[in-house]
Design a protein around this ligand. Structure first.
Ligand code: ATP
Ligand code: MG
Length: 262
């Protein structure tokens, strides 16, 4: 199994868009996948066409036992036929209070998701994390075997990436197996000189970790709003380009075949 956590403590940089984009790449290749929505905002959940879920990630964290994720996952609302709809462990309102509940009962506060995830059958697990480095994200990082940092080509993005890489290193040192950094995705890359400048800054600071970018394409926002995989909106030009960018990242992070990359 490959389990990718998608992180950045900064909000609105495109974590959920990349998480849904990777799920869409798997969908279009008919590969089974599972998305775990660890963000109480629930944007991945609605982007996957799941509305008013009764239970989800909160209960998986509360359960603290193997198999809980598999029991709590539901089928997404993405179309069947052209692709293979992912399963999803949705975010519910209850997830908002989970972080403080984890703090109140610190035994296993960091690795409950890792335990709950064991026994999940899907070969690819995508974990969408909230915009913070709190215990929900830390649970995502303990459950994953690789991590993708998403950022934007904007002021101080590189410093933010540096901080999150340092946190990942500390978490990695506390795990039985190292957590590998699959890369840094620069999202929403536009054609402005400013965007180019910050992109080059990221490349000079983080070198080979910086993956090919995801370009600014409104089709990505539209796909999320329509609860549809971006690949289903191609061949319209903006959607096709976005799908192409995400396919490239999928190949680098998960692997072009059924092998699991890295
Ligand atoms: N490459 C892109 N081109 C155009 N719009 C984009 C792109 N990436 C993201 N967006 C839009 O930007 C907004 C923020 O993206 P997203 O929700 O993925 O960020 P996030 O990091 O998950 O945010 P949060 O920290 O709140 O969870 C959304 O409306 C999304 O549709
Ligand atoms: Mg998000």
């Amino acid at each position: 199994m490959a389990a990718v956590a998608i992180v950045n403590q900064k909000g609105g940089v495109g974590k959920t868009t990349v998480a849904l984009g990777l799920a869409s790449a798997a969908w279009s290749r008919r590969r089974p996948s599972l998305v775990i929505d660890l963000d109480p905002q629930g944007n991945a959940t609605t982007g996957l066409g799941v509305w008013d879920p009764a239970a989800g990630a909160d209960e998986a964290l509360a359960a603290d036992r193997p198999g809980a994720v598999a029991e709590l996952s539901v089928l997404s609302g993405w179309p069947d036929g052209d692709g293979n709809p992912p399963r999803v462990v949705p975010a519910t309102d209850a997830l908002t209070a989970r972080e403080s509940q984890l703090l109140a009962d610190p035994i296993g506060a960091q690795d409950r998701l890792r335990i709950a995830l064991s026994g999940a059958g899907e070969p690819l697990v995508i974990i969408d994390c909230p915009p913070s480095l709190g215990l929900l994200t830390v649970n995502g990082l303990f459950a994953a075997d690789r991590v993708l940092v998403v950022t934007e080509p904007g002021a101080w993005a590189s410093d933010g990436v540096g901080r999150i890489l340092a946190a990942i290193e500390r978490i990695s040192a506390r795990r039985p197996q190292a957590l590998s950094v699959a890369g840094v995705v620069v999202n929403r890359l536009g054609r402005t000189r400013d965007a180019r400048y910050w992109y080059e800054q990221l490349r000079s600071d983080h070198g080979e970790l910086v993956l090919p970018p995801v370009r600014l394409r409104t089709a990505l926002a539209e796909a999320a709003a329509r609860s549809a995989p971006i690949h289903s909106l191609a061949p319209r030009s903006g959607a096709a380009e976005a799908a192409e960018d995400l396919d490239r990242i999928y190949d680098l992070v998960v692997g072009p075949e059924d092998g699991h990359g890295l």
